[in-house]
Design a protein around this ligand. Structure first.
Ligand SMILES: C[S@@+](CC[C@H](N)C(=O)[O-])C[C@H]1O[C@@H](n2cnc3c(N)ncnc32)[C@H](O)[C@@H]1O
Length: 269
């Protein structure tokens, strides 16, 4: 049994670094508890928990994000989502996160192609969303579509929520640690974009039960085709085999789409 005050002290130390300050506290506490339960000494545990948080999320921020400035820019925007100024704001903000930045050259093609079989989309649950909700302008969404998004970075979620609010869009951005719980919200399509490799760094066996638990008619799942450092290392075939293996017993329909920077699957349950 791990001493809870030691867990909390370690979590406070982890989050004293601004890089980890805005991560969902429950996730930090859980990682701290796991590290101490493994017998790691506090100094080693501090390093290993921060490393893990870096791998699963921190590494994707290309530089420190100035949320106050982005919020000011958002406040200045017209309230018409289709105004070119709004598009520029979305593209610039998505550029700050390595995962959405990598998708920018294929943004429209990605969503129109992958969602074509089920468009117009009436409800979305964007799991481990990053800045992807800011791509909604490029998605074939029906008028009145609802958009729920979750991630572990509270400052990023606050910005996504402000974005929905500014445009009076029916959206909500909420913190959620997918390794611990899955939002119970029933939707037409859930997105799990490029996040399976991150989640499997916390729990190798997470993916099959997670896909099973998602309350959606369809799930759009994707994988990166190169690492954050740009190395290809046979990733598309590795992830393709891994994904078909994960779903081998389900009988779900799988449509596959290959893009220059992403491998995607539209799964129909
Ligand atoms: C590779 S990025 C993908 C972001 C977004 N889906 C996209 O494709 O642009 C992985 C995302 O997973 C989030 N993440 C990592 N672990 C998580 C967890 N346990 N629960 C929810 N989100 C998590 C990270 O914060 C990060 O935004």
């Amino acid at each position: 049994m791990v001493d809870q005050s030691a867990v909390e002290a370690l979590a406070d130390q982890v989050q004293s670094n601004p890089k980890y300050q805005h991560i969902l506290k429950d996730l930090v506490l859980r990682l701290c508890e796991d590290a101490l339960a493994k017998g790691e000494k506090p100094k080693t545990a501090l390093k290993s928990v921060r490393n893990k948080l870096h791998q699963i999320g921190g590494a994707y921020f290309k530089q420190k994000i100035n949320y106050s400035q982005i919020q000011l820019d958002l406040d200045e925007l017209p309230d018409d989502l289709h105004d070119p100024q709004v598009q520029r704001f979305c593209l610039t903000t998505m550029q700050a996160h390595a995962s959405s930045a990598e998708r920018l050259p294929i943004l429209e093609e990605f969503f129109t192609t992958c969602l074509d079989p089920i468009q117009p989309v009436t409800s979305v649950l964007d799991l481990a969303c990053g800045f992807n909700p800011l791509a909604l302008l490029w998605m074939p969404l029906a008028a009145g579509c609802t958009y729920r998004a979750c991630d572990i970075f509270l400052d990023m979620l606050q910005l996504v929520q402000s974005f929905f609010t500014h445009f009076d869009f029916d959206g909500a951005a909420c913190p959620c640690d997918l390794a611990h719980q899955v939002p119970g919200h029933k939707v037409q399509v859930a997105f799990l974009l490029k996040s399976i490799p991150c989640l499997e760094q916390m729990d190798k066996a997470i993916s099959a039960p997670l896909l099973e638990a998602i309350q959606a008619d369809h799930i759009l799942v994707s994988f990166p085709v190169s690492s954050l450092t740009g190395k290809q290392k046979g990733m598309p075939s590795f992830y393709r085999d891994h994904f078909y293996q994960l779903l081998s017993e389900t009988g779900w329909q799988i449509r596959e789409f290959v893009f220059q920077s992403e491998l995607a699957f539209l799964v129909t349950k």
